[in-house]
Write a protein that binds this ligand. Structure first.
Ligand code: SF4
Length: 456
């Protein structure tokens, strides 16, 4: 990987993360429950496996940087009640899915899934298991907050079958932790990590964050040393997206306390160098993994894929998503549940479905999504093969994109050999900027509200 601070400055601009294409702001209430029911019935015989996502929105406290759909509450009875709604939604969707369809992947996200008490973790997982056929080697993952956690939570996850846990750390510097209202001393992180290793969890990820208030190169270097010493299998290091116009509580973070662009670039450089020296491979889009990790192998074999959970090795799955704000996906459709908890619950009471908006994507969207995914996952796009696959003349069809790519080519982010596009080592840090050249929706917004965070 080649690090170029000037290019990072030049290309830092708002852009999507492409966990879907078109991106979520283009989902519409015109695509509602009836359309989703028809899609579910028409996709039954396509032979695609399933990925299940469950959203648990509750957290004990609010982290000031939070960008998730969450509810901070100490009233556990709200979670107990929520599980009843979730069970009804699971029952309904499971009835609409052919019994032979195999579940390859399960992910619980939030909020904080480990907000659930250990007994409820077991109960929810057992409910899913009783309704779906889960593959023996399924990837079963859950996000874990080390605070307010007991060893019994990890035991409940491990005994249920979870084999991938993701531990939210963000930063170990106590001044930063206090500024973002997420205090979790290193000793606590090590203890929880130890429970996970003792439970033989096959893969442990840690989430870190760059660009937080009061974060310094010296402090983050210290954090990285301590994290590398623990040796997680994967690391996801996100840039803090300061979007108080979208996430009101982020006004609790003062602009003056945030590292400026030069400091954020220095933090990124430190991160790349330290993780590279420690033997981690940069996958792309803030994800790092040990060289023998399945994500690294999948990238090498060109079987890596990207969906709402980020990078995944499960390319041909339909996603069925449960819970408030959760997003389901088939080959041609995205649908999102109601984002407001009361609305979600009202909809479930009504007919056990909470679909609020969605999108049937066009043939052109599918083709562009494929181009974007190839660049973000395979780090190349063979235009001639792509043209044959999609029955188009690649250079004509993407004439605009190829013009937009020219400055990125001149800056050494991408190489073009005829119709073959290759992301360079420098360009791996600019995947969003490269993908944006293929996005037909950018610039079509009808209002002036900024929709995306900056690429750095
Ligand atoms: S634990 Fe996660 S979801 Fe909950 S407030 Fe913190 S960042 Fe947001």
């Amino acid at each position: 990987m080649h690090f170029d601070a000037q290019l990072l400055t030049k290309y830092s601009k708002p852009g999507p993360r492409y966990t879907s294409y078109p991106t979520a702001p283009y989902f519409s209430p015109d695509f509602g429950k009836q359309a989703w029911l028809e899609e579910l019935s028409s996709t039954q015989n396509k032979g695609r496996d399933l990925s299940l996502y469950v959203h648990i929105p509750f957290c004990d406290t609010l982290c000031h940087y939070c960008g998730c759909n969450m509810i901070a509450t100490r009233h556990y009875e709200r979670a107990t009640a929520y599980l009843d709604y979730l069970f009804r939604e699971i029952d309904r969707l499971a009835q609409l899915v052919a019994p032979g369809r195999l579940v390859r992947q399960i992910h619980w996200g939030g909020g904080t899934p480990t907000y659930l008490h250990p007994d409820d973790i077991r109960r929810l997982f057992a409910h899913l298991k009783s309704h779906f056929t889960i593959a023996e080697d399924a990837e079963i993952g859950c996000e874990v907050d080390p605070r307010e956690l007991s060893a019994a939570h990890i035991t409940a996850l491990a005994e249920s079958g979870f084999n991938r846990l993701s531990l939210g750390v963000q930063e170990l510097d106590s001044k930063v932790q206090q500024a973002v209202n997420r205090v979790q001393p290193e000793a606590l992180v090590r203890e929880v990590y130890g429970w996970m290793r003792d439970a033989n969890i096959a893969s442990i990820n840690m989430d870190l964050m760059v660009g937080l208030p009061h974060q310094t190169v010296a402090g983050f270097a210290d954090t990285l040393d301590r994290i590398i010493d623990m040796a997680p299998d994967r690391l996801a290091v996100f840039s803090y997206a300061h979007v108080p116009w979208l996430k009101k509580h982020q006004i609790l973070i003062k602009d003056a306390d945030l590292p400026d662009l030069a400091a954020r670039i220095a933090l990124q450089q430190l991160l790349l160098e330290r993780l590279n020296d420690a033997g981690y491979v940069y996958i792309g889009m803030d994800h790092y993994a040990k060289p023998n990790d399945e994500l690294v192998k999948a990238q090498r074999n060109k079987t890596l894929y990207r969906n709402f959970q980020g990078y995944t090795t499960h390319k041909n799955c339909d996603i069925l998503a449960f819970g408030v704000s959760a997003i389901s996906q088939t080959e041609e459709v995205y649908v999102q549940n109601a984002k407001n908890l009361n609305h979600y619950q009202d909809e479930i009471v009504h007919d056990n479905l909470a679909t609020e908006r969605g999108l049937r994507i066009s043939a052109e969207d599918r083709l562009r999504r494929d181009a974007i995914l190839k660049l973000m996952c395979d780090l190349e796009l063979n235009g001639n093969a792509f043209g044959e696959q999609w029955q188009i003349d690649f250079s004509n069809h993407f004439a605009d994109a190829l013009v937009q790519l020219q400055p990125l080519q001149q800056d050494g982010l991408i190489e073009r050999q005829g119709n073959h596009l290759l992301v360079t080592d420098t360009g791996r840090l600019f995947l969003r900027n490269i993908a944006m050249c293929f996005d037909a929706y950018l610039g079509q917004e009808t209002d002036n509200t900024p929709r995306y965070s900056r690429t750095l």
